[in-house]
Every structure is written in C-alpha cells, then in structure tokens.
Design a protein. Structure first.
Length: 292
C-alpha cells in the first residue's frame, strides 16, 4: 500500500470513529385517546442499540416498539440511539386525550377488555366506578362461566377462594335499584348487573356479568315481544340475529355498559374449561381500573 492510500485509510477510520449515530423516529397514531396504542417508526441511522423512554414510567430496548398509554396526558417520548459508545438523543411530545365515554379496563390473564359505562344508568355507572377506583375488583374471579351465555364475576368472597369453594353469594352489603332502559339490551358484550331473586329486581352491589350469548332468530324475538311486553328496534333485532346475545334477560337484569374492545378475550374466558357449578377449572382473575 502506498503512503497516500495509508493516510486515506487512516483518515476514513478517523471519520467513522467520530461519526455519531442519528436518533430519529416518527409517531403513528391519529389523535390517540386513552387507552391509546402508539406505534413508533424508528428512522435512526448508524445506530446499534436503542433505549426508549415513553414518559409514563415504561421503557423499551426494541428497535420499533409498540406502546399503550393507559391514561390521558402529555407525554414525552425519548429515544437514545447508540453505536460504539457514542449516543444521540431525540424527543417527541404526544398528547393522549381522555375518552369521551365513561370507560373502564378489565384486565385478565387472557388479555384486556375495554368497556364503556352508560350514562342512562347513572346509579349502576357510579357504583361500578366507585368500586373500581377503590380496587374492589382487583384479584377477584370470574367465578361463573357458561359458554354461549355469559361470564360472571365480582363476588368479594372469590378473592383467594379455595378450589371447589361455592361462590356467587358475596357482595358489598347493599343492592342497587333496577334501571331498565329500552335502548340497552343484552347483546353480545353487554355489561350487566347480577342479582338475587327479588321482586323489585334490584341488582347486586358488586357482581356483574358480560354477555357471551349466541345468535337468535326472528321467531324468538317475536315471542319475547309478545310475552314480555318488549319492542325491539330494527337495529337491535339485526344485532341479536347476526352477533347474538341473551334477549330473554331483557327487563330482568340491568344492562349498564358494553365492552367495545377485547371480544377475543371474552371468547377465551367463555370457552375455558369449567368444573361442576360452572367455575373455571383454572382461576380467571381480574383487575378493573377507570380510564381517565
């Protein structure tokens, strides 16, 4: 190698050694609303490792991670790109809006479900919010599961309940007056209050169920209308016949919400194996929090 080429090689090595990586990324999410899944596209150059800080206490070293903001607020995403001990940082701000509807997240080992609570049933809505904010539901079980019907939980006696222990009679010590609303029916995913057999059809103070259900036909809906004084709208009939539900519970139990995300989670819970008495053979626990 000539002297000129040697100097050129040394110069190139020096340039490469002094070149810092470029940290750069783009955020993909149109007006994120809590709980918000945010996707980042890593556009960094000349980097080997990455450190992400999402501004909510969560971090990642993935190249292009996905992240969920559980609550609304202003967050700063920081990316640190590193190569050969040299680093470069960049940041972007993300504003996550609060949900427009009263929203709760039901966390299970099968995944999470997002449910909205209806303003048309204010006593049930406010009670469910109160208990959720007090962590009342955390580590309780879905103690009664019937495939094609519903999944039920909220019995405080289910926390740390021994296998085979009968469940379903516990509560916070009070009941809630029925709030029947014609527009709120037991379609698939409906969130409704369980109750004991009482003449006023008052709801349990804590136990609830989520409708799994199955499609029903026109004749079944016609029968219910004729014998229970119900009148279904065209849209309700369409959902019942195509998506399914449990219409025979209408005007018997109060519907106060519906899951809007996580129907796959509902399916997994509803189809889990159960023991005699409809309790899952493997406990299915929950945590519920209010999304703000």
């Amino acid at each position: 190698m000539s002297i000129n080429y040697l100097y050129l090689g040394i110069a190139l090595l020096a340039v490469n050694a002094c070149t810092r990586p470029i940290a750069q990324f783009a955020v993909k999410s149109a007006e994120p609303i809590a709980p918000a899944a945010v996707t980042v596209t890593n556009e960094s150059q000349k980097a080997e490792t990455y450190e992400w800080d999402f501004g909510d206490g969560k971090k990642s070293t993935d190249i292009a991670p996905n992240h969920v903001y559980k609550a609304s607020g202003n967050y700063t995403i920081t990316l640190k790109a590193t190569k050969a001990g040299k680093s470069n940082k960049t940041t972007q701000n993300v504003f996550v809006k609060p949900p427009s509807d009263c929203t709760v997240e039901i966390e299970t080992e099968f995944g999470n479900m997002i449910a909205i609570l209806y303003n048309a049933t204010p006593q049930h809505r406010d009670n469910f919010l109160k208990l959720s904010e007090e962590n009342f539901y955390n580590n309780l079980l879905f103690h009664r599961v019937i495939n094609g019907f519903m999944v039920q939980g909220g019995d405080p006696e289910s926390r740390n309940a021994a296998a085979g222990m009968p469940l379903g009679s516990g509560g916070p010590g009070y009941q809630i007056p029925a709030e029947f609303v014609d527009s709120l029916v037991h379609i698939r995913g409906a969130l409704a209050a369980a109750r004991t057999n009482n003449p006023k059809k008052e709801s349990s103070g804590s136990q609830f169920y989520i409708v799994h259900g199955k499609p029903v036909n026109k004749q079944q809906l016609d029968y219910l209308e004729a014998n229970k004084g119900l009148k279904y709208s065209a849209e309700q009939r369409k959902i019942y016949m195509e998506t399914g539900g449990t219409p025979f519970l209408d005007k018997e139990y109060t519907v106060f919400g519906r899951i809007v995300k996580g129907f796959d989670v509902l399916e997994k819970i509803a189809t889990t194996k159960t023991a005699p008495g409809d309790r899952p053979m493997q406990d299915v626990s929950m945590k519920i929090r209010v999304v703000k």
